[in-house]
Design a protein around this ligand. Structure first.
Ligand SMILES: *Cc1c(COP(=O)(O)O)cnc(C)c1O
Length: 230
């Protein structure tokens, strides 16, 4: 079941790329495995996907320790500064950096472990009260500030779009994030690339791809609905 669902998501990614005249190699699927057991992750690994997204430090570290084959772990959830030390040397990328304070701690912990951490800046494009992330007009200043920190590399921007019935309603959210990344790219800030845009989830990943996503974070469409009460 998971393998068939994964295949379906991959087909839809390819079709969205075709529509948008994009190379499917430029879009990376992150399988969002939060709350799901290792046996579910094994099925996805078995199909050749090695990018996994988790939103809790403890769960990411547990899964990291249990899966022996090579996996790229993506931290996609809100990150508390006191937990940074547990993951800096385990993750491929942290998608949820939304303050200079958090970035400074990542930089400090990364220096201690002698690694460089790839990060994305989380933007709350639609300014929803319930969400983390900075607003679009704060992005340039924060990127500039963080760019001077050692052992940290800013790769782009991330957003969690509003939950909507019609994915078309999020098209402008994705387009605004893309445009902001282009604006920042034009500034040519040292240590900042803006090549990655992490946007699009189960409900809206096709629209996100049409608007330039390079990472889509898909959970439900691959693993089925989540049960948070177990
Ligand atoms: C849970 C989660 C996802 C995946 O959501 P689905 O709707 O299940 O695809 C993507 N991004 C973040 C940040 C998440 O927390």
């Amino acid at each position: 079941m998971i393998k068939a669902q994964l295949k379906d998501v991959e087909d839809r990614i390819n079709e969205a790329c075709l529509r948008a005249n994009r190379d499917p190699k430029d879009v990376t699927l992150i399988a969002v495995s939060k709350t799901k057991p290792l046996s579910d992750l094994e099925q996805v690994l078995d199909s050749g996907v090695i990018e996994f997204g988790e939103n809790k430090v403890q769960e990411l570290v547990d899964k990291y320790e249990h899966i022996k084959s090579p996996v790229h772990w993506h931290m996609i959830g809100h990150l508390q500064t006191n937990k940074v030390k547990y993951i800096v040397d385990k993750v491929e990328m942290i998608h949820s950096v939304d303050s200079f304070k958090l970035a400074s701690v990542i930089s400090k912990e990364a220096s201690k472990k002698n690694v460089t951490v790839n990060i994305l800046i989380e933007v709350n494009v639609a300014k929803e009260e319930s969400k983390f992330g900075i607003t679009l007009d704060e992005v340039k200043d924060l990127v500039t500030e963080i760019s001077s920190l050692p052992n940290i590399s800013i790769k782009g921007l991330m957003t969690i779009a509003p939950f909507v019935d019609n994915p078309e309603d999020n098209r402008m959210v994705f387009r605004s994030l893309y445009n902001m990344a282009q604006e920042i790219k034009a500034l040519n800030i040292d240590n900042v690339s803006m090549d990655e845009l992490s946007m699009g989830m189960t409900n809206d990943f096709e629209v996100a791809i049409e608007e330039g996503a390079t990472f889509v974070r898909v959970g439900t469409a691959i693993f089925g609905t989540r049960n948070y009460n177990i």
